[in-house]
Write a protein that binds this ligand. Structure first.
Ligand SMILES: [Zn+2]
Length: 449
């Protein structure tokens, strides 16, 4: 990154390493330490006084430029209005597009990530699996965090999980994090399929099954039953199987029970949330879809999707192993508050769909990693507040899969803290536990320390 004179484009100087880090942290709304605050303020003042633009180095030709804006005596950075978008994966890219100044044209998510409408889940037209998705082995682990697009299967699985409330746990009651068995979780999902229709008078439990051990004969009879029903034009009779499993890669998911293995091998390959190759965040929620193949006429596994869960005894969906660590520490922080400060009831939600917010008059959407709702009732004084926790998941330059954050927007929902609290200068896990604990304490009990 370097500075240029705004009016004539003459190069002034390159940014120092510390300046670049401070810019990145500021841009991502991370908590800056004192040194970084000084560095960023000096840089922004220099840019403002000298009328400089900051040029990003993500593109050689016609690189994106940033300028300063001043509001309420605070100087901040923003993309130049006529500047082109940052390269995909650039640390200055804002995928969600909500900036300090509202909606950043060109990169804004056109539509919010919403739960699926179960009346629209039956796929239409099927190509018989001819357009198999190319598999790219060896690709580095994706962030799984830019949730701008989601497959139909992911939408169905996550909607059912949300409706079954499997993405919520009471942290105050579950230390260590154990809240239910897989069987209990499956029962809850099954309850949702029994109570929701996909067509008038036809319930999801016709088409969503939870028996990964289903034999080929059974699959044929399930499909034959479906085919005997009335379908709309172009609708492809399909059924889905949902299960928990540890073994997932891009070609198959293997359910194991009683020393038996039940592989599901989608002809279009398995998609794993944010991962390529062999999944390494076991265990997983898996959903696979079965159809009748146009050519072989056999019931065939067409596509599949896997989403990591915290563990088999706490099947909350997570986006990374780092999020698992965040969850452990949030439970520790909650316990610390209960043991040392006051009784609290803390419900953790892992949002799977966008939350709508109002920010500076604009309607926008945010998808925080975790939202904690903290309630207390002490001597008749009731309190309720929320804490948003973002796992930033960036440790070294090599592994930068930057998460685009909308922390200012998320602040409409509650206090926002990030884990780790102040990357790249690493702080201990204990520091994060203490920081989270501080924000879990209900307002009347907070003391400046
Ligand atoms: Zn850039």
């Amino acid at each position: 990154m370097h500075l240029i004179k705004a009016n004539n484009g003459i190069k002034i100087r390159y940014l120092t390493h510390d300046e670049k880090e401070a810019v990145r942290m500021k841009w991502q709304h991370m908590e800056l330490d004192t040194e970084s605050v000084i560095v960023i303020n000096e840089l922004l003042n220099e840019m403002r006084k000298q009328d400089y633009f900051l040029v990003c180095d993500c593109k050689d030709k016609n690189p994106p430029k940033l300028t300063t804006v001043s509001r309420n005596n605070k100087i901040s950075l923003r993309n130049c209005p006529d500047s082109i978008a940052h390269e995909k994966g650039c640390v200055m890219e804002r995928v969600h597009g909500i900036t300090e100044n509202g909606v950043d044209s060109g990169t804004v998510r056109k539509s919010p990530l919403k739960k699926v409408n179960y009346h629209k889940i039956i796929p239409t037209v099927d190509d018989g699996g001819k357009t198999a998705r190319p598999v790219t082995p060896g690709t580095p682990e994706g962030s799984g965090l830019t949730k701008t697009r989601r497959s139909a299967l992911a939408g169905i699985l996550l909607s059912l999980i949300e409706d079954a409330q499997l993405n919520r746990i009471e942290l105050s009651r579950n230390t260590p994090l154990l809240n239910m068995t897989i069987k209990e979780a499956i029962d809850k999902l099954q309850g949702v399929t029994k109570n929701n229709q996909y067509k008038k008078s036809r319930y999801l439990n016709d088409i969503v099954h939870f028996s990964p051990w289903m034999s080929d004969t059974k699959k044929e009879s399930v499909m034959a039953n479906l085919e005997a029903m009335a379908w709309g034009k172009n609708e492809v009779p399909s059924f889905w199987i949902i299960f928990e499993c540890g073994d997932v890669d891009e070609s198959e998911a293997i359910f194991k029970k009683w020393d038996n293995e039940y592989p599901h091998r989608p002809t279009k390959g398995m998609r794993i949330n944010g991962e390529y190759g062999q999944g390494c965040r076991e265990n997983y929620w898996v959903i696979v879809r079965y159809v009748r193949d146009n050519e072989t006429k056999k019931v065939t596994c067409r596509d599949g999707y896997a989403h990591a869960m915290y563990s088999g005894s706490c099947p909350v969906p997570v986006d990374s192993n780092l999020e698992k660590q965040t969850l452990i520490d949030l439970a520790k922080a909650t316990k610390w508050v209960k043991d040392n400060v006051c009784a609290v009831n803390v419900v953790m939600e892992k949002p799977l769909f966008d939350k709508e917010i109002e920010y500076e008059g604009e309607r926008g959407y945010v998808l925080p990693d975790f939202i904690l709702t903290i309630e207390s009732d002490i001597n008749g004084v009731q309190t309720r507040h929320r804490l948003v926790v973002e796992t930033t998941g960036i440790y070294t330059d090599e592994y930068i899969k930057r998460k685009t954050t909308q922390h200012e927007g998320m602040a409409q929902l509650g206090n926002v803290i990030t884990d780790p609290p102040s990357w790249p200068k690493s702080k201990s896990r204990e520091y994060f536990v203490k920081l989270a604990g501080k924000f879990i304490i209900p307002e009347p009990h907070r003391r400046d320390s």
